[in-house]
Design a protein around this ligand. Structure first.
Ligand code: 6BF
Length: 637
């Protein structure tokens, strides 16, 4: 029987709502119940090597049942096609929701992020790792709840989730360092990293690690360097920092703690590391874990100098074990410690200095990199002097900071060093660097605060911000390749190239889509307004939705014409159906369509103005965001 006939026995099929690498998703209705569904349609012939991925997705979704995981209802397999009937999420992608709002408040982020965490905790508890977490893979249902989709890249390691995986997958911007480095990794840990990136995207409206050059992006991710915009609360900063932890070469033991301990113990870092790695649950273990705990609560990673009073109290090193190590109960005594020149001088690590004196950190700017294992070679007396000054500043500023950080302290549990998974986790000091804020003013303001020093690639000017490519469908699998192959990336995805006029596609006499391959339903001739009226007399009246851009105009034809005149400039091919423009960009790569979206001029109910409804059908979300922003802002509507 014909494939479609089999589907049509049970479902009414409506318009396409999206297409990925090898699947098309259509709206549908289950005939028996009348309920709406999403129908994912895959052509077996086109699947080729991706067929196993579809099987993986189906098997995973069959065994998952959770309020924030998209439900699979029905699988129809015919000779030529596979249909997956899935839960209907009319709110569309979380991605579009974020960009429509520029960014979300912490309150709204909290609601969504809890749902994401609960979905992932469940998925992990079932032995799966998702491996492609991004806001495009979270849909919003009719109750405004999130549903996780796209399990095509998920993995279920045979020995359980603690076992390492090797396949490099997902979208580079959301991928954990160990993943893009091609190392073995723990799937659930990689998901936690991606959740950190996702959380950042929710709170900021742009990506923490972004660059047009794959190698630069790769370096940013492996360093774990990103900028914290000024609007993030200390709690958010801390949480993000915890989620985007880079493994270090020290075998996933925290470098700062080791540095601090090695100085205090007066032994090499290597020896310190060996001692810690014995996990004897002795003084060394306790020191390490307590230092780590301090760090995780946003306190300086610091061992107290040995106080002379110890000798009086017979707290000899022997009695206490490896070495007498006294800890700060809190940081209240910081000032005393700083000014007490009689005490043995314990130098501060660069990280400690930052943690101790936020103002010093601000001067340095907010760009932070991986910790340097060695201490800074600054002359002793000079440092001493500097330290005094910093401590003076600190008494004014740091208490407040620590107090803020402490509010969130109990979110973070100490890692259990014995468990193989936790053993791999290293904590690192705050690190963040260059971000690429969007055009909105708030972000610009934020960017001023985040004056990066070293990297030089922060784009203050949004037009300079080049766009991230879609790594979707088949390309997702080749992520490793993409990460190392800038040429390939620019060949298929160079938007700037297209706007320079590299595209060979030229529009003539109003005909659109010219020789573009089959794809959008029909080639439509640009119609004059009078003919257009025949198709649709007047624009649709709609209610305000988040994928709608309001204009200040009242004449829809004028708005339409403004958009029509700008599209060729932006090298966007389009077909017109009444007040709807079906748009595509075709960039370089042998006529490959890299993006498809719709713009529809509509009338809003209240206020009575013209608006433009946008809908992305295909292509990288961030590229789409910038292109549509560009079109609508240049159209002067
Ligand atoms: C599982 C993949 C899925 O979709 C949008 C709507 C309705 C339902 C939004 C616009 C009508 C209703 C006007 C990929 C491209 C969108 C999502 C696509 C993948 N796996 C779905 C489920 C989609 C799924 C479930 N519901 N929907 C959906 C989306 N619209 N208004 N981007």
């Amino acid at each position: 029987m014909d494939s479609a006939a089999e589907l049509l026995k049970y479902y009414e099929v409506y318009e396409t709502i999206g297409s990925g690498g090898f699947a098309k998703v259509k709206l549908g209705r289950h005939i028996l119940t009348g309920e709406k569904v999403a129908i994912k349609i895959m052509e077996k012939k086109e699947l080729g090597e991706d067929l196993p991925r579809v099987k993986v997705e189906i098997e995973a979704m069959k065994s998952l049942s959770h309020q924030h995981v998209c439900r699979l209802y029905h699988v129809i397999e015919t000779n030529t096609k596979i249909y997956m009937i899935l839960e209907y999420c009319p709110g569309g992608e979380l991605f579009d929701y974020i960009i429509a709002k520029d960014r979300l408040s912490e309150e709204e982020t909290r609601v969504f992020f809890r749902q994401i965490v609960s979905a992932l905790a469940y998925v992990h508890s079932q032995g799966y790792a998702h491996r492609d977490l991004k806001p495009e893979n979270l849909l919003i249902d009719e109750d405004h709840n999130l549903k996780l989709i796209d399990f095509g890249l998920c993995a279920k390691p045979k020995g359980g989730l603690g076992y390492e995986l090797m396949t490099c997958c997902g979208s580079p911007a959301y991928a954990a360092p160990e993943l893009i480095q091609g190392k073995a990794y723990i799937g659930s840990e990689a998901d936690v990293w991606s959740m950190g990136v996702l959380l950042f995207a929710l709170l900021c409206g742009y990506l923490p690690f972004d660059d047009d050059n794959c190698m630069v992006l790769y370096r940013k991710i492996t360093r774990g360097s990103y900028n914290n915009p000024h609007w993030l609360s200390p709690g958010s900063i801390l949480l993000l920092n915890q989620m985007m932890q880079v493994h270090t070469h020290l075998g996933y033991i925290d470098e700062d703690c080791i540095t601090e301990m090695s100085v205090s113990l007066k032994i090499s870092r290597q020896s310190t590391l060996q001692l810690v790695n014995e996990w004897k649950y002795d003084q060394t273990t306790a020191t390490y874990l307590l230092l780590l705990s301090k760090k995780q609560r946003g306190k300086p990673v610091r061992i107290r100098p040995q106080l002379p009073v110890c000798d009086v109290m017979s707290c000899s090193p022997q009695r206490l074990g490896v070495q007498t190590l006294l800890f700060d109960d809190d940081d209240d005594d910081a000032e005393d410690r700083c000014y007490d020149d009689d005490l043995p001088w314990v130098p501060l690590t660069p990280q400690q200095e930052r943690a101790t004196c936020p103002s010093a950190e601000k001067r340095r700017d907010q760009t932070k990199h991986a910790p340097t294992p060695e201490r800074e070679p600054i002359a002793h007396h000079h440092r001493h002097q500097e330290r005094r000054e910093r401590c003076r500043e600190r008494t004014n500023e740091n208490k407040e900071n620590v107090a803020l950080a402490n509010k969130d302290a109990d979110i973070f549990a100490l890692p259990a060093p014995r468990s193989p998974v936790a053993n791999r986790k290293a904590t690192r000091p705050n690190k963040r660097v260059l971000t690429t804020p969007t055009r909105n003013n708030t972000n610009k303001v934020g960017n001023k605060v985040d004056t990066p020093q070293g990297g030089g690639s922060t784009c203050k000017d949004p037009s300079r911000k080049r766009l991230r490519e879609r790594v979707e469908g088949k390309e997702e699998e080749e992520m490793e390749l993409l990460a190392f192959s800038p040429e390939r990336r620019s060949r298929s995805l160079d938007l700037a190239g297209a706007s320079r006029g590299d595209s060979s596609q030229k529009r003539r006499g109003g005909k659109v889509f010219g020789s573009l391959e089959r794809g959008l339903d029909k080639v439509i001739t640009l119609l004059t307004p009078s003919k257009r009226r025949g198709l649709r007399d007047r624009p649709r009246r709609i209610k305000a939705q988040y994928n709608v851009t309001l204009t200040s105009q009242t004449n829809p034809d004028q708005v339409l014409n403004q958009i029509l005149s700008i599209l060729p400039e932006k090298h966007v091919d389009f077909a017109q159906k009444g007040y709807t423009l079906k748009c595509r960009t075709q960039i370089g790569d042998f006529g490959k369509v890299t993006m498809a979206f719709e713009l529809e001029v509509c009338l809003l109910h209240r206020p009575d103005v013209v608006c433009v409804r946008r809908q992305r059908l295909k292509g990288d979300s961030w590229v789409y965001k910038h292109l549509v922003e560009d079109i609508l802002s240049t159209s002067s509507i």
